[in-house]
Design a protein around this ligand. Structure first.
Ligand code: DGL
Length: 277
């Protein structure tokens, strides 16, 4: 890899969800510089077609490359499931061979099998993530003995993005989808929240499950895996700015983003609005 100009790490999600991953990344790698981009104006991605998710994700990644990022993390399962392969195998190879884009499916599927005693795992995700079948396919490579059950939850991200997840209507959809997953097998002892928006409703999800079923979120799994990745990629690691600076960008409304982000990140932030298409 040629010498790279120094830059921040880019973190991308369709909206707020990636902040649940970023929160854990900054705990383990606090000194690095980061730019977070939420494509809130076009969220949710989960029910969009493959070409649209790929187009929006690549536009967002290119935007982060233009801000100087040499590494971009897709902190979004939908984008990781639908767009990452094309970005890595086509766009990076041809246009940006020195840059790297990582998803969050791989670090999760490498480890998730270790959590289940009954060897039965439930996946809750967007329609895009579930229909891609990426989780069952990838988990079977690392844990062929594990049975994977999936349930799409198409209403959850719209409810979260619109800040409407704390009412009776939302409770109805949360219960409906959690029950549909539980009904698929009484053996499920581990449920992965395979959408980075879902940690914000983790308690509501747990309210619909027996205590012995554990609910796993991805933030700390992805953060640990990033530490390991950086330790194995010296040239890339040397290209990271290390002043502890954070920039938050949204394609949506700045006020909304500032107010809502606090719930994902646990602190107030100031964001800037950007157009990326
Ligand atoms: N946070 C994204 C994910 O992990 C949400 C996708 C969406 O915009 O629907 O899948």
């Amino acid at each position: 890899m040629a010498r790279l100009s120094k830059g921040p790490i880019g973190i991308f999600d369709s909206g707020y969800g990636g902040l649940s991953v970023f929160k854990e990344i900054e705990k383990v790698l606090p000194d690095l510089d980061y730019i977070y981009l939420g494509d809130n104006a076009r969220a949710p991605y989960g029910s969009r077609s493959f070409p649209t998710i790929y187009k929006y994700t690549w536009q967002s990644v290119k935007f982060l490359f233009d801000q100087g990022c040499n590494l971009v993390i897709l902190a979004c399962n939908t984008a990781s499931a639908k767009a990452l392969r094309n970005i890595q195998q086509i766009n990076l190879k041809i246009e940006h061979p020195d840059k790297r884009v990582l998803g969050i499916l791989r670090p999760t599927t490498e480890i998730i099998g270790e959590y289940s005693k009954t060897k039965s795992i439930g996946i809750l995700g967007t329609s895009g993530t579930v229909s891609s079948n990426s989780y069952p396919i990838e988990i079977s490579k690392f844990f062929p003995e594990i049975k994977v059950f999936q349930q799409a939850c198409p209403m959850w991200v719209p409810l979260i993005e619109n800040w409407a997840y704390n009412n009776e209507g939302a409770e109805f959809f949360i219960k409906k989808n959690v029950d549909s997953l539980s009904d698929q097998s009484a053996e499920i002892d581990t449920i992965l929240l395979a959408c980075t928006h879902y940690p914000i409703i983790e308690d509501q999800i747990k309210d619909n499950l027996p205590d012995e079923v554990q609910v796993i979120t991805q933030g700390d799994i992805v953060a640990k895996s990033l530490v390991d990745y950086i330790s194995r990629h010296e040239v890339l690691a040397k290209s990271f700015l290390r002043t502890g600076k954070r920039i938050f960008l949204t394609t949506g409304d700045v006020e909304d983003f500032n107010n809502h982000s606090e719930h994902f990140l646990g602190r107030k932030i100031t964001s800037e609005q950007v157009d990326i298409d």
